[in-house]
Each structure stands twice: as C-alpha cells, then as structure tokens.
Design a protein around this ligand. Structure first.
Ligand SMILES: NC(=O)c1ccc[n+]([C@@H]2O[C@H](COP(=O)([O-])OP(=O)(O)OC[C@H]3O[C@@H](n4cnc5c(N)ncnc54)[C@H](OP(=O)(O)O)[C@@H]3O)[C@@H](O)[C@H]2O)c1
Length: 353
C-alpha cells in the first residue's frame, strides 16, 4: 500500500504526456505495492489548449480524453505562453501541502534555436523545490552543466532518460554502472523518424508517405523538419556528449547534415554496392576537446548500425575498460518514452523515501 503521495505538474500534455498519465494508471498497483508511492497530478499546462490546476488532484485520464476529443481546458482563453508555464509551476508548488514531494514532468516541444522554454521550465521547477523529469532533449543539450549543478545544490534530481532512445537506459546505465569507466566516444542511429524514412525508401516507398506514417504515429517531432534536417539527432548528440564526455556544448556546435538531400536513387545506388544509408550521430574525445557530428553515411552491411530497420535505434559507447558497449532498441515509441519518464519518477521516489 502506498504511504507516499507525490504531486506532479505536467508541463506539456501532448503524445508523450498523455501516454505517461495512462502508463501511471496501468502501473498504479505496481508503484504502490513495490515502491510505496502514488503519483497525483495537480497541474497540467499546454501551449494552445489552456491549463488546469487543482491542489487536491485532478483526473488526468479524463484530461487526456478531453484533449484528444478536441475539448480545451477552461483556462483556454489565457493561452499559455512560456512565462505562463513558469508561473503555473510556481503556483502548483505554492499550493501543495508543506513537505509534499513535488515533481515537474516537462514534455514541451524542443526549440532548437535556444532550448527554451524547456530550459526555463526546468530552472523554474528546481527553484520552486521540484524534482524534474523530462523527455525533452533541450535541457541536457543546451544547459546540462548549469541545471545539474543547480539541482545538486538544492538536493533535487534532474533526470531525462527518455530524451535519447526513448526509455532505453543510457543515461541511467552510464551513471549507475560506468562509474569508474572512461567513455572515449559514441556512435549511433538515434532518430527514429529519419531511420524509418531511409528504411522505407530502401524498400521503394516514397519519402513523403514514410514521413506521414511517423507523424500519424506521434513519433515525428512537432515540427518534422527538426528530424529531417538532423537537428533532433544533433540535440541528442549534444546531450550525449555533455553527459558522457563532459563536452559543455549545444546542438549548434555539432557538425550537422540531414537527410533532405538523399534521393531514392542514392539509396538504390548504395544498395547495389552492398551498402546502406543511415543517419549516424557520433562524438569523440580528441586532443583538442570533443568533436561531434551528425551526417548520412553509407555503411557496409556487416556494420551493426546498417542493420537497424524502421524504428530501431542503437548506440555504441567506446570505453577504456569495457571496450565497446552496444545498446540496441528494437522497438521504440511512445510507450518506451513514457517508460523512461516513469523510471525517472521511480528514482525520484527512491530519493524522497
Ligand atoms: N514523441 C516521441 O516519440 C518522443 C520520444 C522521445 C522524446 N520526445 C520529446 O518529448 C517532448 C514531447 O513530445 P510530444 O510528441 O509529446 O510532443 P507534442 O505531441 O507536440 O506535445 C507537446 C505538448 O507541449 C505543449 N506545449 C507547447 N508549448 C508549451 C508551453 N510553453 N508550456 C506548456 N506546454 C506547452 C503542447 O500544447 P499544445 O498542443 O496545446 O500546443 C503539447 O501539449 C518533445 O520535447 C520531444 O522531443 C518525444
């Protein structure tokens, strides 16, 4: 039986946020029985559908249905602007009973120019005394050092497992199990939308149809040019480089080329030569610091990355003591992303208890 209630404020309530609240419901008995806590949603903020706050808890499943059926929250005339979400975080924090643990779940779209407003949301949440879990790449890609130092100084957690490769444990693995290992570099296929498009083109499907499938499935970024132009992969590369290589960079420091210029003829030609085209993200320590890159590459078929089809992603991590570790995700998607948030929440609960 749960003896701890954890209040949640959901900043962003799109595909990921809604799958997350349904996963909380599906795993409710598990969380209470095994980990001794019950999450309770006290605030939801969206961009264009208004926001809702209830210090005594609100019906998040009904809220998800409402949004999906085109019903806005009552507050909708006051469209949430970035600064409003910070205000909502502060209001929800102030309204909770003294000592009640509070977690902000940040799932707004990535703004590749600055990482904002997500970085501001995370900072505001930490300053309001909340632990933060986020699926957004922005905070780790643009402000990893600052936000980690802020969280540490306040005794709070800032976690973002689902920002790269959905819920597959990468950051948790590095933090928990690579404590005495030096990571020298990484290389991977980390963007599902472009990998699906390249795989579909390899099978003769049209580029536009393959992209539309990813949009329908809720996998493509809110603005799909972020995927196609390599920005999403660059943001993941920056986050990985910041965490694994202590790079202190932003996505704008990553050398980047997307897949927009790749044609079906290019893919056929590569196939005729026994090679496959993949969007490869990489980072490595060098004498001068760290280099990072995202670009389409023709890979020989014996390369592990060449064999990833559709939504499959993989990351190779080169280390000094363990050689090369390969983490492969065969099935990515919203459930896996929501699971990454859930595993972060369980870690927060463990810290609180
Ligand atoms: N989808 C995936 O498979 C996946 C996987 C890993 C990571 N992610 C990351 O997870 C995040 C969410 O993805 P998603 O697919 O859920 O996106 P989405 O469906 O577009 O949802 C984004 C949500 O954020 C809201 N929002 C926008 N600006 C806001 C603001 N300033 N304050 C509060 N809410 C705001 C939107 O509200 P309106 O709709 O009302 O504008 C919407 O509810 C993104 O950062 C994405 O990169 C996604």
């Amino acid at each position: 039986v749960a003896d701890l209630t954890i209040d949640l404020a959901l900043i962003g309530f799109g595909h990921v946020g809604r799958r997350f609240v349904r996963l909380l419901e599906e795993r409710q008995a598990w969380l209470a029985g095994r980990y001794g806590f019950s999450p309770r949603v006290v605030a939801i903020a969206t961009g264009r559908h208004g926001h809702t706050i209830s210090p005594t808890g609100l019906d998040a499943l009904r809220a998800a249905d409402d949004i999906e059926q085109g019903r806005d929250f009552d507050s909708c005339e006051r469209r949430v602007k970035p600064a409003d979400s910070e205000r909502i975080i502060r209001a929800a924090a102030a309204a909770r009973p003294t000592g009640r643990p509070f977690v902000v779940v940040e799932t707004t779209p990535l703004d590749i120019a600055t990482g904002r407003p997500a970085v501001d949301h995370v900072r505001a949440a930490l300053e309001a005394g909340a632990h933060v879990i986020t699926a957004n790449k922005g905070p780790a890609a643009f402000a990893y050092r600052e936000l980690t130092e802020l969280a540490d100084s306040l005794g709070l957690l800032f976690r973002f497992e689902s920002a790269v490769m959905d819920g597959i444990p990468l950051f948790n693995m590095a933090r928990e199990t690579l404590k005495a290992v030096r990571v020298n570099g990484f290389r991977g296929v980390v963007n599902s939308t472009t990998n699906h498009i390249l795989s579909a083109m390899d099978k003769g499907e049209a580029y536009d149809a393959a992209l539309a499938e990813m949009q329908t499935a809720g996998i493509a970024e809110t603005d799909p040019s972020l995927d196609v132009d390599g920005w999403d992969a660059a943001a993941k590369t920056a986050a990985l480089a910041n965490v694994l290589l202590d790079a202190g960079i932003t996505p704008h420091d990553v050398t980047r080329r997307g897949i927009a210029a790749i044609t079906s003829a290019d893919i056929r030609s590569a196939r005729d030569r026994g090679r496959r085209v993949k969007l490869v993200a990489s980072g490595a320590r060098t004498a001068g610091g760290v280099t990072t890159k995202v670009a389409p590459e023709e890979l020989p078929t014996e390369d592990h990355l060449a064999r990833l089809d559709g939504m499959a992603n993989a990351l190779e991590i080169s280390t000094d003591l363990l050689g090369t570790i390969v983490v492969t995700q065969l099935e990515g998607g919203l459930t896996q992303t929501a699971y990454g948030l859930l595993s972060d929440l369980i870690e927060v609960a463990g810290r609180i208890k």
